[in-house]
Ligand binder design. Structure first.
Ligand code: ZN
Length: 186
């Protein structure tokens, strides 16, 4: 019997996107999902599944990067803003050597754009992706669209995603379900 292999994706859960003083913070909604993200990460590791942390990285302010016109500088290399937020930082330090934990840099909204994520998942026969992190309607959304286009099964954990835009957050949750065929977990 073949069981589907699963990976939990924790997207962009850094100080800049979550902490009060973050450059592009989701604020309280982002901070409120911290405990549930850690709970899920522990569940996935104990079940023998994978925990993947795709994390936005900007190397200085690049005039050619499309985000430069849209957002203030954020997740700059070697800064506090780019460190994982709160308990996730210590969780990652504790588990970073586990070969089922994979942290990687990304430079676009989607965790699939310009990265080896698809190869990483396929080589390990991972077919089910569980998405958490921020922002629901930006990086989580673009990652979900690419996952759909690459034929992955999607689950979105409603209490483990957040945005600074509540209208966008609600719209994206509906879109995951009705258009990307995702299971929404309460
Ligand atoms: Zn960025």
């Amino acid at each position: 019997m073949d069981f589907n292999k699963r990976a939990l994706l924790i997207i962009d859960y850094t100080n800049d996107f979550v902490a009060d003083k973050g450059a592009l913070t989701t604020g309280l909604p982002g901070q409120q999902i911290e405990g549930h993200i850690i709970e899920l990460a522990n569940q996935f590791l104990s079940a023998g599944d994978y925990v993947i942390l795709p994390t936005d990285l900007h190397d200085g302010v690049d005039p050619y990067h499309p985000e430069t016109k849209l957002f203030p500088p954020h997740n700059l290399k070697d800064t506090w803003g780019r460190e994982l937020y709160g308990k996730l930082q210590s969780w990652y330090r504790e588990h970073r050597d586990n070969d089922h934990v994979y942290f990687f840099d990304k430079n676009r909204y989607s965790a699939f754009a310009n990265t080896n994520l698809d190869n990483y998942l396929r080589s390990r026969k991972i077919t089910d992706l569980h998405l958490t992190g921020v922002c629901t309607d930006i990086c989580v959304l673009h990652t979900a669209v690419d996952a759909y286009n690459h034929d992955y099964q999607l689950t979105i954990h409603k209490n483990a995603v957040a945005s600074f835009d509540q209208t966008g957050h609600k719209w994206a949750l509906n879109h995951f379900k009705t258009t990307l065929g995702a299971t929404i977990m309460p």
